[in-house]
Design a protein around this ligand. Structure first.
Ligand code: ATP
Length: 362
């Protein structure tokens, strides 16, 4: 088990800051997912934790000890790569055993360890095969097995599921979550796939251009995104983000844009350009003939430009005149392209961001 503290860490490549002053605490037993779009610095950060790359600035502590310049071999961490990095000429058993041989573990002990790992991951029948005789999912499990055999303090994984097909990826996600619970060990996992992050993480760190935008549980980042970037990155279909203005009016706040009206929280708010965020599932069709809007919330009026039937529900794309929003609604609600429609969201379900900074208000 390991606690890892990343303190003001940066990584500079020639003329390019790939990781920019990142601080993050990873507690013992956490499953931390480093999530972000391609090129945001996830792999670079993981490589610095692993000891494969020295930070330009900052410190990395493992269990309170400064390991910033300690070699990878002495960090007691195991890494699983996207490519699996298996030795093609060695059998599965030898691949799993390899790191144990390099630390000169006695042969009998190595054999016992390989059997334990094979039992944990269901690899017993495959120990004599070579990597080319395995499916993608089996290779992935061997790569995890090789990490497991060393019983490291923490497991570092770089997009380990990206070579698997969709069905296998779903199954392997569950296996990795189960494994994390059984081992009660620290996992640090890099991905750009928000579903992997939401389903496996105890904590998600969302990165954008080398910086951390937000750290939180899956529920926290979904329910209270700290920035427009996080709001748009987490959730599928993504949160509707619409430019609007707040104008101080008595003790209330008016939000308006073309086809958008609303009353939001009371208080003395200065006039401000804002971005309103509403998740598709929180937009509800207003009852027919109902035009008055009295409760606090936001109302979007426009025409349906597209209807997508997803089986369990339907997506309505609605153009308001100034914006297009998507609502995820019950499939039984009659809706056709060209229909006029009003959609409302209650104040509880509205996220407000300062357009200038992109940060959440409140
Ligand atoms: P992906 O999801 O595509 O793997 P990532 O978030 O893991 O992306 P990194 O691989 O950490 O991103 O790269 C971050 C930035 O640093 C990118 O702009 C990349 O081009 C740059 N970079 C990474 N490694 C090097 C290197 N060795 N030399 C120069 N630039 C690099």
């Amino acid at each position: 088990m390991s606690r890892i503290d990343i303190v003001n860490v940066s990584a500079q490549f020639t003329g390019h800051l790939a990781v920019d002053n990142v601080s993050l605490t990873i507690d013992d037993g956490d499953f931390v997912v480093l999530l972000g779009p391609s090129g945001c610095g996830k792999t670079t950060l993981l490589r610095m934790i692993a000891g494969l790359l020295e930070p330009t600035d900052g410190r990395i502590l493992i269990d309170g000890n400064d390991m910033t310049t300690t070699s990878s071999a002495q960090r007691n961490l195991a890494m699983v790569f996207q490519s699996y990095a298996l030795y093609p000429h060695l059998t599965v058993a030898k691949n799993i055993e390899f790191p144990l041989a390099t630390i000169r573990m006695p042969k009998q002990e190595r054999r016992t360890r390989v059997e334990e790992v094979a039992a944990t991951l269901g690899l017993q029948g495959l120990l004599d095969r070579r990597p080319k005789e395995l499916s993608g999912g089996q290779r992935q499990r061997v790569a995890v097995g090789r990490a497991l055999a060393r019983r490291p303090g923490a497991y570092l994984m770089d997009e380990p599921l990206s070579n698997l097909d969709a069905k296998l990826r779903t199954a392997t996600r569950t296996e990795l979550s189960d494994l994390h619970q059984r081992l009660a060990s620290t996992f640090i996992y890099v991905t750009h796939d928000q579903v992997e992050a939401m389903t496996m993480a105890t904590k998600i760190a969302i990165l954008n251009s080398g910086r951390i935008e937000q750290v939180g549980t899956p529920t926290q980042v979904y329910d209270r995104p700290a920035s427009v970037f996080v709001a748009g990155f987490i959730g599928s279909p993504p949160m509707n983000l619409v430019d609007a203005q707040i104008e101080s009016l008595d003790s209330r706040v008016t939000v308006s844009g073309d086809g958008i009206t609303g009353w939001l929280f009371p208080g003395d708010t200065e006039p401000l350009d804002v971005t309103i965020g509403v998740r598709p599932e929180h937009l509800l069709p207003a009852p027919a003939g109902h035009t008055a809007f009295t409760d606090s919330g936001v109302r979007f009026e426009g025409r349906i430009t597209r209807v997508e039937n997803l089986g369990s529900h339907q997506l309505l794309h609605v153009h308001t005149g100034s914006a297009t929003v998507t609502a995820a609604v019950d499939r039984m609600i009659p809706a056709d392209r060209g229909d006029a429609i009003a959609l409302t969201a209650s104040a509880d379900n509205i996220h407000l961001f300062d357009t200038a900074t992109g940060r959440r208000l409140e």
